[in-house]
Design a protein around this ligand. Structure first.
Ligand SMILES: Cc1cc2nc3c(=O)[nH]c(=O)nc-3n(C[C@H](O)[C@H](O)[C@H](O)COP(=O)(O)OP(=O)(O)OC[C@H]3O[C@@H](n4cnc5c(N)ncnc54)[C@H](O)[C@@H]3O)c2cc1C
Length: 329
């Protein structure tokens, strides 16, 4: 089978990587002249190494600590000997995986009545999979996120997550080879987000950029075998984590294609689907009640280790009951 994968982000590149050397011949088309250009904080949580190689030279640091702030006040801190995740040089990581697959850069795809057009020219494919990220999503299912890279001297093993009583969203300070990546994303205007950024920004700003992030959960109507990654909604809505879940969605797709199984059914059975939808329902409830009180209460009262487990999508039903009570199930 000849497969065309549209989009050279973590989802598209990893799908090509999972399928290399198999009966499925895949080509990944990326519209830009390089991979990993989309603004991102490069934090990848643990577990990913069970799916895909992370070449050593692409790891900037190992995350061992996690701090959570509410309205800029530290409310919990977890420091572990164990690795909680990685700060990965995302462009380099994607380039390294991309070297092993048929990746075509500068290849903008348009689907014209199901026909594949690459830079306006028709290409043959038996199947097309869209890994086009947030670019294929409307504004009502995504939030704006802004990020600065600054020269702040920042602990390479620590990540900080910020939550606010007046913003349905999150902020972050992650280590970066140049210093730190500092960002805020949320269900608010860009001006409001810019104001919030001022409260956590330190160091000299070297780069400013932004993009949108999905906060809706999985789009059930896109579980038809034509979508993977953020285009399918694989972003943890409470934290904005999208790299690892996008790669996991590609693994489920690769296995379904190779074993001739229904992707939608396989995906719905996965822990990924369930945990993504739990995160999404927390956000949905907050939107409906126009209040982040529920989340705030959890952050203030719960065992920090459990909060980190929830943030990482590494939770079961019992953890959820301990955090939110039975109402969430
Ligand atoms: C500011 C910010 C910080 C973030 N930080 C983190 C973080 O630290 N950790 C984390 O896990 N997640 C983070 N995320 C989310 C994460 O970046 C995404 O969820 C993840 O990259 C999704 O992967 P993807 O492959 O599905 O899509 P993308 O990475 O968006 O890749 C899609 C690709 O498709 C290409 N494309 C789109 N349309 C076409 C077309 N028609 N033809 C050809 N190519 C096309 C695009 O150019 C792009 O390269 C962050 C997001 C933002 C905005």
């Amino acid at each position: 089978m000849k497969l065309a994968v549209v989009g050279g982000g973590p989802a598209g590149i990893s799908l090509g990587w999972f399928l290399k050397g198999t009966k499925i011949e895949s080509t990944v088309y990326e519209g830009l002249d390089d991979v990993g250009k989309k603004p991102c904080a490069w934090g990848v949580l643990r577990g990913i190494e069970n799916y895909v190689d992370i070449p050593k030279e692409t790891i900037y640091s190992k995350i061992r600590g996690f701090r959570i702030f509410l309205d800029n006040k530290l409310i919990s801190e977890v420091r572990d000997e164990e690795t909680l995740g990685y700060i990965v040089d995302k462009p380099l990581f994607l380039r390294k995986l991309g070297e092993k697959i048929d990746l075509r850069l500068n290849s903008k795809v348009v689907l014209d009545h199901g026909k594949l057009l690459v830079n306006g020219k028709p290409e043959e494919a038996d199947k097309v999979i869209l890994a086009t990220g947030h670019y294929s999503l409307s504004k009502d299912v995504t939030i704006p996120a802004l990020q600065y890279i600054t020269d702040l001297n920042y602990d390479p093993e620590m990540v900080d997550m910020y939550f606010y009583s007046d913003l349905l969203g999150y902020g972050w300070i992650f280590p970066d080879p140049k210093g730190a990546k500092i960002g805020v994303g949320g269900y608010a205007s860009v001006e409001f987000i810019r104001e919030k950024m001022k409260t956590i920004t330190s160091g000299r700003i070297l780069t400013q950029h932004g993009a949108r992030v999905a906060d809706y959960g999985v789009f059930e109507d896109r579980l038809n075998g034509s979508y993977i990654g953020e285009a399918l909604g694989t972003v943890y809505a409470v934290t904005g984590e999208g790299i690892r879940p996008s790669i996991v969605s590609s693994k489920i797709m690769a296995d379904a294609l190779l074993e001739d199984k229904d992707f939608g059914k396989e995906f719905r059975k996965s822990k990924l689907h369930w945990t993504l939808q739990v995160h999404a329902s927390v956000i949905k409830r907050a939107k409906e009640s126009n209040s982040v009180r529920g989340l705030e209460r959890v952050l203030l009262r719960a065992d920090p280790k459990l909060v980190v487990k929830f943030a990482m999508g590494d939770f079961g039903k019992l953890d959820l009951i301990k955090l939110f009570g039975s109402a969430i199930l």
